[in-house]
Design a protein around this ligand. Sequence first.
Ligand SMILES: [Ca+2]
Length: 498
Amino acid sequence: MFFVCAANAFHGRKAPWTTPIPTIQSSEKALAIPGHFITMLGMAPPPPKNRRFPLLAALFLTVFTNASIAADRPNFIIIMADDLGYSDLSCYGNKTYKTPQLDKMAAEGLKFLDFHSSGTVCSPTRAGLMTGRYQQRAGIPAVIVADPKRPTHPHGLQNAENTLPELLKTAGYTTGIFGKWHLGYYLPYNPTHHGFDQFAGYISGNVDFFSHIDQAGRFDWWHDRKPTREKGYTTHLITQHALKFIEANKHRPFCAYIAHEAPHYPYQGPNDKPFRKVGNAKVRAKNADIPRAYREMVQEMDKGVGQILDTLRRLKLDRKTLVFFFSDNGANRHGQNTPLRGFKGQMFEGGHRVPCIVWWPGKIRPASKTVQTAISIDIMPTVLAAAGVSTPKKRPLDGVSLLPVLAQGKRLKPRKLFWEMGANAAVRDGKWKLIIVKNRRKNAKNSVFLFNLDSDLSEKTNLAKKYPDRVKAMRAAHKTWQTDVLANASPQPKNPPK
Ligand SMILES: [Ca+2]
């Protein structure tokens, strides 16, 4: 059974998505095209003569209709954990500790069992999430590292991309990002240049949870475009800024992207001490402390998610807010990916199959789960569909809207999914998974694996030799995909942008 329903609150009712949502063309900026909204109201555009009054009226109508159309649209909260493994939450099988708030979110929402990050490390998944396309198209196939001597350091999200917050702004949304950006170290890459009205967080891959020093020993905590000293544990600050943003925007549509640091290293619980100082990021947690700190990091994030959902309930925004929770890649060896093989950075399921919970009271059946295969680049098309914003035609999205799965338990059309980092790659086609791993020995052939995930979720039995034709077809599909995503990929600079 592809959709399991533990409650039947919606049986016999009209599906929420049978009411069409008005569509705004993403390329149209509302204030620049008043006639568009007047036409939407069924009125004729203003005559060319006697322009002054009609133009003022048009401007008024534009602002009014833009606000009123947007007022009927849902809010969005996208919460992403960093390096959280498939079974790091108790509702996904963690037996060593509990995550009660995320368990409650799952009990009230929909749990995906076959959801994937589009990357197996941080920056690529984030580039895919922000653009709704495979991150290779944005020229961000690998981590953008903090060390200025490394070649990816000057890279970042380029202006040519259409980002999710930029498109939501065309429909009157207020947008904020709280936490990790990791899509460029230089000012032109700042999230406030890519559609976010507000930013509180850090631009690198990780910071000390207290001193907010990055891995290269530099201070990294920002309010919008300004480095800002702010005392506090990173996880708490991210939640507090997000709560303030929700309160401040409770009367208008908003999108909050909450990009948690937990449970990425440095391993620090809320009562630990800072490790890093400016110019010295070498100090790390003692190995003996890591399991305790990791647990506390996950549980503090869990509490924060509970606070967000409680605030939505208190403000009576719960039924008009679509909330996603997922991870940007699988866990490393300090976390849990059971029963999956492999870890963060790898092409095995443990590298990219992650927990994903979607919550929208009144629209999503409580305590439901789905085995539909979905990926993080589906989030943007899902949000745009729920907001009634059409997707960009010039830079088409690779993901698909998950709304039919969320609200109606429908199946998605069959499709192939691809992962690639360096010379390693993976292809998913239904139950089949092909993995190519570069062999580090000189002149050695790459390792090729084929797994049947329906009968072998832990990827133990390599069927590549048994099904050579399937391997050949999936390798050919990967080559075609690779040629396509690299054909017009955004170029990245060799030197820091000015
Ligand atoms: Ca990560």
